[in-house]
Design a protein around this ligand. Structure first.
Ligand code: AGP
Length: 591
């Protein structure tokens, strides 16, 4: 939920790099930002409410080789300057940035207050510099004091800490991401995600849960927080490139990432066939297969229930990851949990994985970010290869997730090549669909409904989860109250919401449930709704028709794309920032 950054090395523009690094992490949280840098033996700092994207970092010191930074999504304490990170001890000799939550912060805060410590913020984070100071008073060096403090913390966190008298940077993680960027012979970066240092290096080292690191910019040591045992780390070259990570010619990341779907679905389909077949075997042999994910990724899992049912005649169970712990009664060592996550860092998903592991079950993850916590904690992983997704609204990741799940269902049915052929055809359909005229048509439609405050979406079969996903997309970027329903559920309550000219989107395909969903559309029409059909064929019921290709069992993948484009234009035309919606962040690393 926050972005953290650190640098130590031979470069003297550490403060400027901190600002630039935070700009690449802003998608993780943008309530406030702050940096601290070491200059002539003191810790200087700058903290501001609001987004860092417009800040000119070049005016900052060019005489510092050590810095830390933070871009915040508020959890404990409001959006104020005092609550912005870095957080300090009273004499400002220690600065700490933190992502996650110290669940036992109240107990530690009271203990420190009793020892005379004075706190100036409402954050949980502020206990860290004060607790580190206490351990240093007991004669421990800075790194050891950070280690002892981390042993006290409970909850998911990643921290980076610096001290005025030490030329080292110390970092630790348990449950929140932190990756090391290596500039051999020059210095080391630490950050929540690689875009923060990608312009400087593609060589990384992964810090795992329960580990910490100490670096002076020349060398780096990794060790276990609890045991102190040293953990040597390999240096790994990552393939992500800057162009992929930047928005290029587009006004917003969201539009760029929607357009990326011209290629990203094909990349998702291009899986190692042996791996897909192995996953299909794991599902076939499991005693109960469960799917778990959150938000948009959860809707991909829900659609997969229909894929596995219709294509492979195989029963799987979806549950929102945050609800999964209540399923532990059904889990056994032969069970399989499939988790889907774009970021690979979602706390609710990590918790669901822990529930499955506690029962001895295997875990398969379908992720976009290779090397993420979920990736590294899984028994098997399939990567959707969508490339960096920076907009808070998940678009290309969703269609990649759907493609991998549908391909797996075909593999389970013994029809892998048939599934691959269909999905590669769908990929070229998407490429044809996302043309300027089509986008202009959707921009014009957004103009017709942008003043509406309520909007409903219905679907059936795999289009029902897409109706729910459509609601998330429209809600989170335009702030219109959008709700999705199973078409058949309308008459059992929701239809009471329909008034004259209420916009209602109907998701359909040329399939066995088309007559049913059209019948639901008639019910909407009869009550005065403005019916917007998303369908391969037009129909007299539709007041507006958004044509989509006939994609058969992959209809969910093509149907959601015009909704993504429509959501984008609704946001822009309502004066909202589609990339960084209010109250949200890209990766929900807290429960
Ligand atoms: C999607 O548009 C939302 N931003 C959100 O629902 C997201 O899908 C959810 O938080 C899960 O994130 P993940 O895929 O990174 O686990």
């Amino acid at each position: 939920m926050c972005g953290i950054f650190g640098y130590v090395g031979s470069r003297n523009d550490a403060a400027i790099m901190a600002v630039e690094g935070l700009k690449s992490l802003e998608y993780r949280g943008y309530d406030s930002w702050g940096i601290a840098w070491k200059e002539e033996g003191n810790l200087s700092f700058r903290k501001e409410i609001g987004k860092i994207s417009g800040v000119d970092g070049t005016t900052l010191s060019e005489n510092c080789t050590l810095s830390i930074g933070h871009t915040r999504w508020a959890t404990h304490g409001g959006v104020t300057q005092e609550n912005a990170h870095p957080q300090f001890n009273e004499d400002r000799t220690i600065a700490v940035v933190h992502n996650g939550i110290f669940e036992n912060y109240q107990e530690i805060r009271n203990e420190l207050k009793a020892k005379g410590h004075v706190f100036v913020s409402e954050t949980d984070t502020e206990i860290a510099p004060h607790l580190i100071e206490e351990y240093m008073k007991e004669g421990n060096d800075f790194a050891r004091s950070v280690q002892l403090a981390c042993r006290r913390f409970t909850g998911r966190y990643a921290v980076v800490a610096v001290h005025t008298t030490s030329d080292t940077l110390v970092a630790a993680r348990t449950g929140s991401p932190l990756i090391v960027g290596v500039e051999r012979g020059k210095g080391y970066f630490v950050a929540s995600d690689t875009p923060a240092f990608l312009r400087h290096t593609k060589t990384v080292q992964y810090l795992d849960d329960g580990e910490m690191l100490v670096t002076d910019g020349k060398t780096i040591l990794f060790w276990d927080i609890l045991t102190g045992e040293e953990h040597p780390k390999r240096e790994i070259e990552i393939t992500t490139n800057i162009a992929e990570a930047d928005k290029g010619k587009y006004a917003h990341y969201m539009l760029k990432e929607i357009m990326d779907q011209k290629e990203s679905v094909a990349r998702a389909v291009n899986q190692d066939e042996a791996e897909i077949l192995a996953v299909a075997d794991a599902i076939r042999n499991a005693k109960g297969t469960f799917l778990a994910g959150c938000g948009t990724a959860g809707k991909a899992c829900m659609a997969a229930e229909y894929f596995f049912s219709v294509i492979a005649k195989h029963h799987v169970n979806f549950t929102p990851a945050s609800e999964f712990k209540l399923y532990h009664h059904f889990l056994q060592p032969q069970s399989l949990l499939i988790v889907v996550s774009q970021s690979g860092e979602t706390a609710d998903v990590l918790e669901a994985m822990n529930v499955a592991k506690a029962a001895g079950s295997k875990v398969l993850s379908i992720v976009n970010v290779a090397g993420s916590s979920i990736d590294r904690a899984s028994d098997y992983t399939l990567h959707i290869n969508a490339g960096p997704e920076r907009a808070v609204a998940s678009t290309k990741a969703l269609t990649g997730q759907l493609a991998v799940l549908l391909l797996t269902a075909y593999a389970l049915a013994g029809k892998l090549q048939e599934g691959k052929k269909l999905l590669l055809e769908v990929s070229s359909m998407i490429n044809d669909m996302l043309n300027p005229r089509y986008v202009d048509r959707l921009e014009a439609l957004a103009g017709k409904i942008k003043e509406k405050e309520d909007l409903y979406i219905i679907g059936k079969s795999w289009n029902y989860p897409m109706a729910l996903e459509s609601a998330i997309k429209i809600q989170e970027v335009s702030y219109i109250h959008a709700e999705g329903f199973a078409g058949g559920e309308l008459k059992h309550g929701p239809i009471a919401l329909i008034e004259e000219r209420t916009p209602c989107i109907v998701l359909a395909g040329n399939d066995e449930v088309l007559p049913d969903i059209l019948s639901n559309a008639v019910q909407l029409k009869a009550r005065g709704a403005q019916v917007i059909g998303v369908s391969p064929e037009s129909n007299e019921i539709f007041d507006e028709w958004i044509r989509v290709p006939d994609a058969g069992p992959a209809q969910a993948i093509v149907n959601i794309i015009p909704i993504q484009v429509l959501s984008y234009f609704l946001a822009v035309q309502r004066g909202k920032d589609p990339d960084m919606p209010r109250n949200l962040a890209k990766s929900v690393t807290v429960k």
